[in-house]
Design a protein around this ligand. Structure first.
Ligand code: FCB
Length: 504
């Protein structure tokens, strides 16, 4: 199986970037090799030629996560997380970076709020650090940790910014990893307990919740590839962990609804449209499988009470599925969150790969990034149509659900010029085109409620450390000063007018 964006990033680095952005909801044919799927050899761009109004009440947001911004890794009673342990292990993170300090948001959250106000945001997606709330993963609540989030929520509401709270954005308490981590079935109950204490404290003010951020990514990178915390490399752990997280989703959903029946709960998987590399039947089948692994592995157990069709060949015993489990995973999510950055091109591994790699035999799918669009500094292809394709497919296949775009963004490492201004035109172009693609899907009937830029400000980008800047605001890590980039000013204007303007 080749399912990680970060893994396929390796293969697309160094590829030629295509230029040219001049089309309005149209496409520009490129060269093609024989048999290649014609839909792939073009660079469709979404460049609005007229102002595009968004629906009243549409949420203009930005997203962050606790480990990536908070710092204060062992203050006020916080317990150790798997990311603390992983980043403190030599050789795991680029330049030996850690999130010990990050953007110091634990202390500087008022500065963050000032950025949000200046950008006219109406929604802020942030995550809660489980080990701040329950330092050893279960048991008594650390009141100081909870107070931090409680103050933040109050301040957001006062500023008329909706708190969209992610309950798990990858920082598992280390004590629970020591007890077996996500492959251990007990974690579903621990997660539900944690979620319950958070909902008890914040549920009177927070009405929008995300249970998990990108479960596909943290299980793949953390338990199969070993490039993220906790750094395991085991197919079995990945499969078992997948099922336990699905059980935890169900248990967490019910725990919150028992306290706050009217709140809205969703998940935020990382999604990418998966196009077959050629018209061959084998590649089309691979694309179906890729869609199942990438996009619906955590949606189908919740919304349909089963694993995606393309994966049902996996034995229950291997996944750790027990009788009655699929009733437990099934919950009527109130919205589907979509984190989307790029597209995936799927193909079928060759006979030799299948014969020599267990993963390629079990999951006969190769996933690569596209090669036609320009690349961001982290090497991901810019492909606005990916957002259009994904949103329209989810709309079609899940009976027009409410959708929140929970993350989209780009790493461009532009810094301040001599007068301190950050001219990150490429970031503005990225969001402009992705938003135009989103607007197109909405004009065709998709029920999209929000768009959250990843990220509010530059921050700790996991295994890449501080080498990749995704923010609408620049962070000077020496002084912790935040400066709104040109893209942030542009976004502020879009948010205040509720209109995507035709010209920059
Ligand atoms: C997403 C993660 C987020 C950040 C962005 C760039 O996959 O959810 O934390 O790393 O990618």
């Amino acid at each position: 199986m080749h399912l990680t964006r970060r893994r396929f990033v390796q293969s697309i680095l160094g590829a030629t970037a295509a230029a040219g952005l001049p089309f309005t909801f149209s496409s520009c044919a490129g060269s093609s090799k024989a048999g290649t799927n014609p839909a792939l050899v073009s660079t469709p761009q979404f460049n609005p030629s007229v102002d595009i109004p968004f629906p009243k009440g549409f949420f203009w947001g930005a997203a962050t996560s606790a480990y990536q911004i908070e710092g204060a890794w062992k203050e006020d009673g916080k317990g150790e997380s798997i990311w603390d342990r992983f980043t403190h292990t030599p050789g795991k993170i680029k330049n030996g970076d850690t999130g010990d300090v990050a953007c110091e948001s634990y202390h500087r959250w008022r500065d963050d709020l000032a950025l949000m106000r200046a950008m006219n945001l109406s929604s802020y997606r942030f995550s809660i650090s489980w080990p701040r709330i329950q330092p050893s993963g279960s048991g008594p609540v650390n009141a100081k940790g909870m107070d931090y989030y409680s103050r933040l929520v109050d301040a957001l509401l006062e500023a008329h910014i909706r708190p969209l709270v992610t309950l798990y954005h990858w920082d598992l308490p280390q004590a629970l990893e020591d007890a077996g981590g996500w492959p251990n079935r007990d974690l579903a109950a621990h997660f539900a307990d944690y979620v319950q204490v958070v909902a008890q404290s914040l549920g009177d003010r927070v009405s929008d919740w995300i249970l998990f951020n990108e479960p596909d990514a943290f299980l793949d990178l953390g338990y199969l590839e070993g490039t993220h915390a906790p750094g395991r490399k085991s197919l079995l752990d990945f499969l078992r962990g997948t099922h336990v997280v699905n059980l935890a989703q169900g248990a967490g959903f019910r725990a919150i609804k028992a306290i706050r029946p009217n709140c809205r709960i969703g998940i935020a998987p990382s999604m990418s449209p998966c196009d077959p590399a050629t018209d061959s039947e084998a590649d089309k089948l691979a694309a179906d499988r890729a869609h199942g692994v990438m996009n619906t592995l955590f949606l189908d157990p919740a919304l349909r009470g089963r694993y995606p069709d393309a994966l049902t060949f996996l034995p229950n015993r291997t996944m750790g599925i027990k009788p009655g489990d699929m009733e437990k995973t099934r919950v009527p999510l109130d919205f589907i969150g979509i984190n989307l950055y790029y597209r995936v091109i799927a193909s079928s591994p060759g006979v030799i790969e299948r014969a020599t790699h267990l993963q390629d035999w079990l999951f006969p799918v190769k996933m690569d990034g596209g090669q036609q669009g320009p690349k961001t500094d982290i090497g991901w292809e810019v492909w606005p149509k990916a957002l259009y394709d994904m949103v329209t497919r989810i709309t079609r296949e899940y009976n027009r659900p409410a959708i929140e775009i929970t993350e989209s963004g780009c790493a461009y490492n532009d810094g301040p010029d001599s007068s301190g201004v950050i001219h990150d035109t490429r970031r503005t172009t990225y969001h402009r085109e992705y938003l135009a693609a989103l607007a197109q899907s909405m004009s065709e009937g998709a029920d999209v409620r929000s768009y959250h830029v990843w990220s509010l400000m530059d921050n700790f980008e996991w295994a890449e450390g501080y080498s990749q800047r995704f923010g609408l605001a620049y962070v000077d890590y020496k002084t912790q000063q935040r400066t709104i980039k040109d893209s942030g000013r542009w976004y502020a204007d879009v948010a205040s007018r509720n209109v995507l303007p035709a010209s920059l």
